[in-house]
Design a protein around this ligand. Sequence first.
Ligand code: CIR
Length: 264
Amino acid sequence: MTAKSYNFSHALCRLPARSSVDGLRAVDTGAPDFETFVAHHNDYVALLRETGAHVTVLEPLEAFPDSVFVEDDALCLQEGAVLMRPGAPSRLGEVAEMAPHLDALYEEVVRMDGDGFIEGGDILTAEREILIGLSARTDQAGVDEFRRVVDRWGYTVRVVETPPGVLHFKTDCSLLDEETILSTKRLAASGCFDTYRVIHTADGEEACANAIRFNEFVIMPAGFPKTREALERSGYDVREVGNSEAAKLDGGMSCLSLRFSPSS
Ligand code: CIR
């Protein structure tokens, strides 16, 4: 049986724009190096393709410095796609740029058009439920509107808290399989994964919590050997990608793609 939460036939990415040097960041550790960012992005796309997935790479959008982080613009489920309403004002316009690509792939694309905010980085689609972390980017009104959409498609939504000071819920966790989550200790301590098996990021390696399970691979940022070892010991086929430049903009593995299997 294939798991719909991590077996995907498609992914959609967008090349980093040169303007990514102006992307949002919580702490300024210097601007990303554009050429290195593009090289890492190419490596990431190549890994997704290695699993046999069909990966579309969209042209860069100079008007939107954070547009490489496509995950925040939409959530793609089998039944349809939901266009988000980012809580970062500079990112709101990215969604209209994403819309035609999803319209071409899905029969049903729902636009979030209420007063609330929600970003894809706060949404963890697990096999049996969708977890959403309230954060500085995602508020209750956004969650309520989103819930009304996915209720129709039969999904259960559980609202949880993103730890203070953490950008997105998934900055601190990733789905590994139907029953297993990779999480920082600080997030798991909230109890939100008590019904799952949890693999903790190693102490000092919290920055690798944002990984992805994509078909047979667990794709994680390079440079976190203790956590990698723990994942391999648990039987996962781990692949690493350089993430130094996206990390300067608080981005990780999940942010760089929309992953899906459209039913049509
Ligand atoms: C932002 O602050 O919106 C971007 N610089 C980073 C977005 C990362 N996206 C994600 O975690 N899903």
